[in-house]
Write a protein that binds this ligand. Sequence first.
Ligand code: NDP
Ligand SMILES: O=C1OC[C@@H](O)[C@H](O)[C@H]1O
Length: 209
Amino acid sequence: MSYTITWGLLGPGRIAGKFINDLLFAADPSRPTTIKHKLLGIASNSNVKNATRFKNETINQESNTEIQCYEKYDELLANDQIQVVYIATPNFNHFELCYKCLQAGKSVLMEKPFTINAKQTEILIELSRKKKLFLMEAFWTRFNPIYEDVYKLCFEESVIGDIVTITSQLSFLFEQSDPSMDRIYNPALGGGSSLKFHHKQHCQILELM
Ligand SMILES: NC(=O)C1=CN([C@@H]2O[C@H](COP(=O)(O)OP(=O)(O)OC[C@H]3O[C@@H](n4cnc5c(N)ncnc54)[C@H](OP(=O)(O)O)[C@@H]3O)[C@@H](O)[C@H]2O)C=CC1
Ligand SMILES: O=C1OC[C@@H](O)[C@H](O)[C@H]1O
């Protein structure tokens, strides 16, 4: 018996294209699953053309007639058929949007960083528990199979003994003069390297310690 999870998307931008196409099409024949995914709604708060362009040009789907495009995020949340909302907007509004989704009875998969401070995260976790809704950060590196190998080598096979120090480096070049990179640099949009990358390293380091 198969089960279909129905999705809505807020923020049809760069990472959303990668995630949604993977969600819908990257079925690995070696790992048959009874869970299927269906995208039912795409919402752009700034311009509905973003949503329709995403539907027509970004999604690699032969038949996308079931996908509704919305010109406001709130309109998508009113669609009772949508179970899970994937939030792929800049960091500064993650909290507000997630709160609204949970209040509307939707489960949420939130792009990283989950929120811009710990208090916001606590509030969302509490609300999701109260509402009995699934809530998760889209932390893909956490699921990279290489980490299974690392944990096995460190903890099951103890190949390097006790870990006393970890050094980690992660750098990317984002062109500051490119206006589309504003969310990376602008603190008002939740920019800055701490929110962009550091949490990834911290999480993995803490798991190893
Ligand atoms: N997991 C991963 O590997 C990655 C995760 N990310 C995360 O995904 C999120 C989105 O990143 P990315 O896809 O690059 O973002 P984009 O710049 O492509 O923007 C995504 C959407 O957010 C909305 N948006 C953009 N700028 C603004 C703004 N100034 N004010 C309000 N809304 C805005 C727009 O939606 P609308 O059409 O509704 O206006 C846009 O389509 C970030 O939180 C980022 O950290 C990013 C890259 C990789
Ligand atoms: O935000 C990001 O941008 C670049 C990606 O490769 C990285 O995994 C992600 O966190």
